[in-house]
Design a protein around this ligand. Structure first.
Ligand code: 15L
Length: 271
């Protein structure tokens, strides 16, 4: 499948691009910043918040006889920001891509949503045996989370209106290795991130679907069943790192809500 991958220069993009290529996909990279040294061709240097520029990428690919067949949307500011910046970074970019997809009859998008879409959920009720599912309403912990909830709502709207297949992956903590106690539950390994995106691209007719993007962590309290229903079978487990992780004073306060540090008072700010 020829996949337009946004955020190709970002931390997840740099791992998922080669992973998808190894799985047989043709990756068309796009990012706000230019191609890395020794670069890739074609590389689209585009701000996804600009709908005309996004539309032109789809048109240019079609003119070149290499039309976009699916989108993996990883671009977006990975941290908390102001409300407007967050909505632009996550929702406006998603809307621009969805509009171009409709115009060019592209019917599949895999979206890097985040656990922070539900990060405000109190943690106490959830455990490995009673994990948090994907069916409840959004419960953001930050403006970043509001941006992700809004982007998820847009995916759902387009699935209803146009039959777009849209998989929102609520990514946990994408890291080479876990480094805090929370990561024992939230870690998404590099290999499992590739498996997650590949599964979401391959799932037959998922419609609008949400999954949690985490590894098969023994201590996970997000439900892996929605991902497994789309054949996302994570292979790694943060437990392998458990005994090497420091006990930090912040661990307890970060444990109150599922968004961890983002859900603490340190992140409160005016809109
Ligand atoms: C995310 O979605 C963020 O982009 C990242 O900075 C981390 O906060 C991560 O979630 C997490 O929850 O660990």
């Amino acid at each position: 499948m020829r996949v337009l991958l946004t955020g190709a220069a970002g931390s997840i993009g740099r791992v998922v691009s080669p992973g998808l290529r190894a799985a047989g996909h043709e990756v068309v990279p796009l990012d706000l910043v230019g191609a890395p040294e020794g670069g890739e061709d074609p590389w689209h240097t585009v701000d996804c918040a600009d709908p005309d520029a996004v539309a032109e990428v789809f048109a240019a690919q079609a003119r070149a006889g290499a039309p976009v067949e699916a989108v993996v949307h990883l671009a977006g500011h990975p941290d908390e920001a102001g409300l407007l910046a967050s909505v632009v970074s996550h929702a406006v970019t998603t809307a621009a891509l969805l509009d171009a997809m409709v115009a060019h009859r592209v019917d599949r998008i895999v979206y890097a949503s985040s656990n922070h879409a539900v990060g405000g959920t109190p943690h106490g009720a959830y455990s490995p045996s009673q994990p948090l599912g994907v069916d409840g309403p959004g419960h953001p912990d930050t403006f970043y989370g509001v941006g992700k909830v809004t982007a998820e709502a847009l995916l759902r709207l387009h699935a209803d209106r146009y039959g777009t297949h849209a998989v929102a992956c609520r990514i946990g903590s994408f890291l080479e290795e876990p480094s805090t106690r929370r990561h024992l539950a939230t870690w998404l390994s590099h290999g499992d991130a590739v498996r997650m995106v590949a599964a979401a691209l391959a799932a037959p007719a998922p419609g609008y679907a949400v999954l949690y993007g985490i590894s098969a962590n023994t201590r996970a309290w997000w439900d892996l069943a929605p991902g497994r229903a789309l054949d996302f079978e994570p292979q790694d487990d943060a437990e392998a790192y458990a005994e090497h992780l420091p006990v930090r004073p912040e661990d307890e306060v970060e444990d109150a809500r599922v968004g961890g540090p983002f859900a603490t008072e340190a992140f409160w700010r005016p809109a």
